[in-house]
Design a protein around this ligand. Structure first.
Ligand code: ADP
Ligand code: MG
Length: 331
């Protein structure tokens, strides 16, 4: 059982950044308004995600770390996926490849703590916590030295964690995020911080994208707001004059989930074809929201690929909405 867990875990947890992605998504799903991520040694020795979300009642802690256990779907409608989590695998996988401790307090319950190491579960203990959940993952891959060897330098792993967190932060402007490097102990050093921003959709979006991508992008981008047959496209698209030599500033989301997808990148190319040569890349942050039945997000455990039921429709929407907005801005 624990060997099977470890093999399956490798699919979900490739590196510290994939663990951070799963834990932060869980915190978002729990309705957190503040999410703090603390990292030591590039995540190899410590990843700690603290949230102020709904918490987990003590009796549900064992369920939370059981494989294929999720509180977010009832199994009858696998396509109707609104929250990030739908596989019920992340915590089980993390508990198989490191030492995972869940400390949590749900409203109306006492705080409690559950640890699992290499798949072996300790008894539940009482804990002290005022609200929310703290998930601590120590010594990731300690039991699988082969995988440990594939990890890059602490610095490179921290960079990957930062990228993952920034992507997630873009889609959740009303949530405060901090990333701290606690390698030296204590409170550590804040390496990324995005305070909650409010206002209407575009105020909040411009505020958050300014925090993450920089004011210059926001000041050189047009707002996108279009829909077609139940598919909505919002976000900011950089002016052709604000292009890049590499596709480093292209952020795409489907139903709040960060994705990298060939179809969407191809559509971007099409939208900017008249303005940019092959070696220039637009900066964009675009959010596609649609009925979950119109998109399959279950392509890969890492969940970054998607498959649209009507790819032509999505492509057409992106190309026409971006061209229209750029034309209105005088391009
Ligand atoms: P999934 O997110 O796919 O449901 P996970 O293994 O990531 O699966 O989490 C299992 C369950 O543990 C979740 O369905 C949720 O009920 C609970 N859980 C995990 N993290 C948190 C959190 N930060 N706050 C509240 N509940 C959580
Ligand atoms: Mg999850």
């Amino acid at each position: 059982e624990s060997a099977i867990n470890r093999i399956a875990a490798g699919e979900v947890v490739e590196r510290p950044a994939s663990a951070v992605k799963e834990l932060v998504e869980n915190a978002v799903d729990a309705g957190a308004t503040r999410i703090d991520v603390a990292i030591a040694d590039g995540g190899k020795t410590l990843i700690r995600v603290t949230d102020d979300g709904c918490g987990i009642p003590p009796e549900e802690l064992p369920l939370a770390i059981a494989r294929h256990a999720t509180s977010k779907i009832d199994g009858s409608d696998l396509l109707n996926i609104h929250s990030f989590g739908f596989r019920g695998e992340a915590l089980a996988s993390l508990g198989a490849v490191g030492r995972l401790t869940l400390t949590s307090r749900a409203e109306g319950h006492d705080a409690a703590e559950l640890s699992v190491t290499g798949g072996k579960i300790d008894p539940i203990k009482p804990a002290a916590l005022s609200r929310g959940t703290v998930v601590t993952l120590r010594n990731l891959f300690f039991a699988t030295p082969a995988r440990l060897k594939f990890l890059r330098s602490d610095r490179a792993e921290m960079q990957a964690i930062s990228d993952v967190l920034k992507r997630l932060a873009m889609a959740e402007p009303s949530v405060s995020f901090t990333l701290r490097d606690v390698s030296g102990g204590g409170e550590g050093r804040v390496t990324f911080r995005a305070d909650a921003v409010s206002g209407d959709l575009f105020d909040a979006l411009r505020g958050r994208l300014g925090q993450v991508m920089g004011r210059e992008f926001v000041d050189n981008a047009v707002s996108i707001d279009a829909d077609r047959e139940g598919i909505r496209l919002t976000g900011l698209a950089g002016l052709p004059t604000y292009s890049r030599g590499a596709a480093v500033a292209q952020f795409l989301f489907v139903n709040g989930r960060p994705v990298r997808d060939k179809l969407l990148i191809g559509a971007l190319r099409g939208a900017y074809a008249d303005f940019l040569s092959r070696d220039r890349h637009p900066a964009v942050a675009l959010f596609i929201d649609c009925d979950p039945h119109k998109v399959d997000v279950n392509v890969h455990p890492a969940k970054s690929e998607v498959r649209f039921r009507e790819p032509g429709l999505v492509r057409g929407l992106i190309v026409s909405a971006l061209r229209h907005a750029l034309a209105e801005a005088g391009h």
